[in-house]
Design a protein around this ligand. Structure first.
Ligand code: SAM
Length: 347
């Protein structure tokens, strides 16, 4: 399953590859359902900076050892444009800190805000052309610089293409507020490439009591013993109808922009010891919202590889990378673990 295991030191695919010295190969990253043509992928790239795996035997995860710009060079020079359905970017947040944990470290210290924001803009500006017309760019950030990132993203992607600000709300230790109230959310800004992009609706389950409490209406029971409440067709319309509670509960509720998902605590099984590791549940939800099975996703600063794990688990293909060797080995380890669990399931 693993095509190549050496990352090597071959930096020949740095920015110069944009200059056109490398012959362009029109590989396809697109799944059949979107392109309508047969070539699903892929293995046109033989860079020593890539490890290519197929943990479930069907979908592909490509791990690139190098900076986000090098990854972009690689995608531009090896594949036709417009083949990525989702770019998820979780950059350092401008915390001014050196992030450290048992299995990795990376710096988030910058000379000043404008240097950081130039860096943000330089990346986003290059990525739009890689997206499919119905693709999405999602930038994950927090209060440190999120408001500036929103403005930069609007300038690059178009204000009209901004779709949502998703709030990832989580629990954790809380201090009594003195200088600042506890900040317990991150922000995910979602831009579509064009009007052609549509989400794939997600519904959260209701439990019966939660539904009834939310509706604040008396519950009736029909002749067959089924519970129902009155529904109304909206303002100005007197027409009332029955809503059967079992049906409403099984339909679930369409999600909104606040996602309550626990952070990975110190004893979580999922925890791999990389600083700022995000939960698979968060990425799975985002992937299901923005992409279809077999689509391609790119995470240019993938850290411990959460996006890769979620993508393969959800039946997508994924290209991910990082410039930190500690991140690379964790990513590879997590995908190997997925392969092992898949083998256990299938044999
Ligand atoms: C916030 S962390 C990503 C965490 C990841 N989402 C996870 O769940 O583990 C940001 C990552 O960006 C990487 N990084 C910083 N600058 C980079 C660059 N220029 N190119 C590639 N990766 C970079 C860091 O090494 C770090 O792993």
């Amino acid at each position: 399953m693993q095509e190549q295991i050496e990352f090597g030191n071959n930096k020949s695919e740095s920015h110069q590859s944009n200059a056109g010295s490398e012959p362009r190969q029109e590989g396809s990253l697109v799944g059949q359902h979107r392109a309508g043509v047969g070539r699903v992928l892929s293995d046109v790239d033989s860079s020593s900076q890539i490890v290519s795996l197929s943990p479930d035997g069907t979908h592909i995860a490509k791990i690139y050892h190098g900076s986000a710009h090098e990854q972009c060079d690689h995608l531009e020079s090896h594949y036709a444009p417009q083949q990525i359905s989702l770019i998820y970017w979780d950059p350092p947040f401008f915390t001014g800190r050196q992030h450290e944990a048992e299995q990795g470290a990376f710096s988030d210290a910058w000379p000043d805000l404008s240097t950081y924001l130039d860096w943000i803009r330089n990346h986003i500006e290059r990525w739009r052309s890689l997206l499919t017309d119905d693709g999405f760019l999602v930038v994950h950030c927090d209060w440190h610089a999120g408001h500036y990132i929103k403005v930069i993203g609007d300038m690059v992607m178009g204000w009209d293409n901004f779709r949502n600000e998703i709030v990832w709300h989580y629990t954790g230790r809380r201090q009594p507020a003195r200088l600042r109230v506890n900040a317990k959310h991150d922000t995910l800004f979602v831009w579509a490439k064009t009007d052609a992009a549509t989400f794939f609706p997600i519904f959260d389950p209701y439990d019966r009591d939660g539904y009834v409490n939310m509706k604040k209406q008396p519950v009736h029971i029909d002749e067959d013993g089924r519970e129902w409440i009155w529904g109304h067709r909206g303002k100005g319309q007197s027409h009332a109808y029955r809503i059967y509670i079992d049906e409403a509960v099984s339909r679930g509720k369409a999600i909104d922009t606040v996602w309550d998902i626990p952070i990975i605590n110190t004893t979580a099984k999922e925890r791999v010891g990389y600083p700022t590791q995000k939960p698979v549940q968060l990425l799975s939800r985002l992937i299901n919202l923005c992409t279809e099975p077999n689509d391609w996703i790119w995470d240019p600063m993938a850290g411990s590889g959460t996006t890769l794990v979620a993508a393969i688990t959800e039946g997508r293909n994924v290209f991910g990378g990082d410039n930190n060797p500690q991140a690379l080995s964790l990513m590879q380890q997590r995908l190997n673990d997925l392969s092992a669990s898949h083998r256990q399931l299938t044999f």
